[in-house]
Design a protein around this ligand. Structure first.
Ligand code: S6P
Ligand code: ZN
Length: 187
């Protein structure tokens, strides 16, 4: 009747959680996500790099329980756009989430269902509260892996559809050697 408590040591250097379920997202898994489609195609042809890996410790989708997962988001750009995670709303839209940055440099784009966006810069030690209803995507703006831990309700689920179709209203690019958060020209 009681579940067994669990303690695991997360490797802050690699993001690896022993015993966790690993998933890998390559650039080819992100067709249509980046603005510069030619650059995307070239990069997919020339090695199809891993954009991010997730190590997740997940429970049954039940109210009250919690999941946790690390993400290792690699450095890179497609055209001017920094590598990012796909981004999602939670399937149960009112489920919140906490992120803790462990290594590297980046940030989070958040967006309401109406398309109002926010950018929160993240570095090791930054804790981000993702309120209910906000879609969220992380972006690596540095030149080493950006690693963070996410803690989220076990019944939150993922809704990728809306973001896959429309993206975020802001994009994070490098211009004149600077990180800029600008309006998405496709929005
Ligand atoms: C889950 C949490 C993270 C992401 C991971 C990959 O709610 O927000 O563990 O799943 O960072 O991003 P995405 O958008 O591909 O799920
Ligand atoms: Zn989430």
């Amino acid at each position: 009747m009681y579940k067994e408590p669990l303690g695991v040591k997360v490797d802050f250097e690699t993001g690896i959680i022993p015993g966790a379920k690993k998933s890998v997202r390559r650039l080819s898994d992100m067709k249509g996500y980046f603005l510069d489609e030619k650059a995307w195609e070239e990069m997919v042809k020339n090695g199809d790099p891993v954009v991010y890996e997730v190590y997740a410790v997940e429970q049954e989708e039940k109210e009250g329980d919690l999941n946790f997962a690390t993400t290792v988001l690699y450095p890179g750009k497609v055209g001017k756009e920094f590598f990012f995670t796909k981004g999602h709303f939670h399937a149960k839209k009112d489920r919140a989430e906490i992120y803790i940055a462990l290594k590297g440099k980046g940030g989070m784009l958040l967006q309401t269902p109406e398309g109002e966006a926010r950018w929160i810069p993240m570095e090791p030690g930054t804790v981000v509260y993702v309120p209910p209803y906000w879609a969220h995507r992380t972006v690596n703006t540095g030149n080493e892996p950006f690693i963070f831990l996410a803690i989220y309700p076990a019944d939150a689920g993922h809704d990728y559809g809306t973001i896959a179709e429309k993206g975020f209203s802001k994009v994070v690019i490098e211009e004149d050697g600077e990180v800029k958060v600008v309006d998405n020209p496709r929005w």
